[in-house]
Design a protein around this ligand. Structure first.
Ligand code: SDX
Length: 431
């Protein structure tokens, strides 16, 4: 294929430069600007990276205009319909869907890494009783780098793979421990005969005083939610994991940084913010007032769970979760959940309002997930922790993809300097 180029002309200085175009296997090509500063003395400016490719990746493809999301080429709808979460985890990490033996082997490895070091449990008691679970997750996952540092050589594929297995395996155990700490209840150990999502639900809701039966409908819904949250290209938290990992930092520390980034209400914290918003709206008669507030530039209020940096269409995950919402609430018998009715009405009104239509603000993955979590008995401040469990495989798959590159370069963006020119120093007595 003839290499395409793009010509940059700096007429003010009579300079011009042909920049190579890097072709994508699907979606937009990119202009390789890595020589721009050397050749023309310019940086590029793109706050929020709305049009900047930070890396090459073969893991996830999104087409925001068409509402397309594919993991390793497979449409999210097909994976959601047919797979278990660990099947999708295998796909994201290794690039292909597993056969039955490969899946069994992965399940066995994950199962036998679900325990956390007993000394780690003292970390939980160090937090104030009402500490937000995401603060606990950030701290405890970061502390895993103290347990797994000297025996990790990130240049060895087998060590990278073991770090990935440990993180995916232990995240539900740590998440459930966060929940038990909140409730002042004893931690529940994982049980090896249970599948990934059933094990998580049992660690969350079982008591040591009696046997706990996992509801298969709820386990399936949780497994699906983990699939839908598993990866999403170079979102803020994944880019954070990549940037931290690019310095060669410990992968557990890099994932802890991803958890911190996900916590923000503009990102994964939105699922918690949606429920708070629905609580604030209170009833359908108040919806118009809140829609007006969302449009008011002087009002910081935004419609949480709406809008997306990439999707100018309905988030395909929201469509799938919306359907699951009805199934789970139907099964649990609280289909008349006022929050769901309110959410449906809010969606209906917002999608007819020209402010939202013009800006293509559709419900995103966070709009409905919280309603399912609430129906299952998961408290609002644990919603983003649920996002962490699903997204861990995405974070670590991107970390592995980056660290496996032949030449790892530390991420180091430049800036548009707007500060003062050099000033003459004055000693303190002269100021
Ligand atoms: C996730 O990146 C990912 O892939 C993330 C994620 C993943 O899987 O990793 O998909 C998960 O984070 C989903 C997003 C969850 N966040 C929310 O639901 C919070 C509410 N949404 C917004 O904060 C916002 O839509 C963002 C942060 C999601 C996207 O913001 P952008 O791309 O920076 O867009 P913007 O803020 O520039 O908004 C464009 C316009 C603005 O109006 P104008 O200046 O053009 O007049 O749309 C308006 C915004 O004011 N707008 C909203 C709005 N979102 C955008 N107005 C009201 N309510 C909203 N929710």
């Amino acid at each position: 294929m003839v290499e395409r180029t793009v010509k940059i002309i700096d007429s003010s200085r009579g300079l011009e430069k042909e920049l190579p175009v890097l072709e994508a296997s699907e979606g937009p090509a990119t202009i390789d600007i890595s020589s721009l500063y050397q050749e023309m003395g310019y940086f590029t400016y793109d706050p929020g990276f709305t049009a900047t490719a930070s890396c090459k990746s073969a893991i996830t493809y999104i087409d925001g205009d068409k509402g397309i999301l594919r993991y390793r080429g497979y449409p999210i709808e097909d994976l959601a319909e047919n797979c278990k979460f660990l099947e999708v985890a295998y796909l994201l990490l290794y690039g292909d869907l597993p056969n039955a033996d490969e899946l069994r082997h992965l399940e066995d490895r994950i199962t036998h890494h679900t325990l956390i070091n007993e000394n780690l449990k003292s970390f939980f008691s160090g937090f104030h009783y009402d500490a937000h679970p995401m603060a606990v997750m950030t701290g405890v996952v970061g502390s895993l780098s103290a347990f797994y540092h000297d025996n990790i050589d990130i240049n060895k594929p087998e060590d990278r793979d073991l770090a990935a297995i440990r993180l995916v395996a232990k995240m539900p155990t740590i998440a459930a421990a966060c929940f038990k700490r909140l409730r002042g209840e004893p931690f529940i150990y994982p049980k090896n005969e249970l599948d990934y999502s059933s094990n998580f639900l049992r660690m969350m809701f079982a008591q040591p005083t009696e046997e706990y039966e996992v509801d298969p409908v709820i386990a399936k819904a949780i497994d699906l939610l983990f699939i839908l949250h598993a990866d999403h290209e170079q979102n803020a938290s994944t880019s954070t994991v990549r940037l931290v990992g690019s310095s060669g930092a410990n992968p557990f520390a890099a994932v802890a940084a991803g958890i911190a980034s996900l916590w923000g209400p503009a990102h994964g914290g939105a699922n918690e913010a949606v429920l708070s918003m629905l609580g604030e709206i209170g009833s359908t008669r108040n919806i118009p007032k809140f829609i007006d507030r969302a449009k008011d530039k002087d009002d910081p209020f935004r419609l949480m769970g709406f809008g997306h940096r990439v999707y100018n269409n309905y988030d395909p995950r929201a469509a799938i979760i919306r359907k699951t919402c009805h199934e789970v609430l139907g099964k649990l018998g609280n289909h008349g959940d006022p929050q769901l009715d309110l959410a449906l009405k809010l969606e209906e009104i917002a999608l007819q309002d020209e402010y939202f239509v013009e800006r293509k603000l559709y419900p995103n993955v966070d709009f409905y997930s919280g309603i399912i979590y609430r129906a299952i008995g998961i408290p609002t401040n644990m919603f983003t922790v649920m996002f962490v469990i699903g997204r861990t495989i995405g974070w670590i798959s991107h970390w592995v993809e980056m660290i496996s590159e032949p030449r790892l370069r530390i991420g180091r963006p430049r800036q548009l300097y707007t500060g003062l020119a050099q000033r003459t120093f004055k000693k303190i007595g002269d100021r």
